[in-house]
Design a protein around this ligand. Structure first.
Ligand code: DAT
Ligand code: MG
Length: 149
């Protein structure tokens, strides 16, 4: 089953939107596999955003993600990566489709509420980076057969 790493970033936590993010992912039919509320270390932030090192927004991005606690989660389901990205909306909130989280709750790219893995491979890598195997729960729901074909 495909998995995606989701972060409710510091702005989302400060604004009381953890529940809203979780509600939308649950409503979508995705299955929660792991969750932890945590302060992101400088080292984890730099590893997670290594691909953006050297870009103009890198330093502010690291400051932002380490500025206050985040809610880190793993959600799974068929096409979970694409489904979650769609629910989050485009990186720039003003380009995010109406009805997406970033459209509905954000204005600026540097305060865009959430992170979500962008490819299946990055989903695997990011889940491994953020969670130990024992922090993930393998389980099924009675309703799964009505959501997963
Ligand atoms: P996403 O978070 O949608 O995967 P990304 O991986 O391209 O987007 O970038 C990571 C974060 O960096 C993004 O959520 C916000 C910030 N960011 C990206 N592009 C930016 C830009 N052009 N200016 C400022 N911040 C940017
Ligand atoms: Mg990204």
């Amino acid at each position: 089953m495909e998995q995606s790493l989701i972060l409710v970033k510091p702005d989302g936590v400060q604004r009381g939107l953890i529940g809203e993010v979780i509600a939308r992912l649950e409503r979508r039919g995705l299955r929660l596999v792991g969750a932890k509320f945590m302060q992101v270390s400088q080292e984890l932030a730099e590893t997670h955003y290594a691909i953006h090192k050297g870009k103009s927004f890198y330093d502010p991005l690291i400051r932002y993600i380490t500025s206050a606690p985040v809610m880190a989660m793993v959600w799974e389901g068929p096409n979970a990566v694409a489904a979650v990205r769609q629910t989050m909306g485009a990186t720039r909130p003003t380009e995010a489709a109406p009805g997406t989280l970033r459209h509905d709750y954000a204005l600026e790219v540097g305060r865009n509420l959430t992170h979500a893995s962008d490819t299946t491979e990055n989903g695997i890598k990011e889940v491994e980076l953020w969670f130990k195997p024992y922090e993930l729960v393998t389980w099924s729901r009675e309703v799964d057969r009505w959501i997963f074909e």
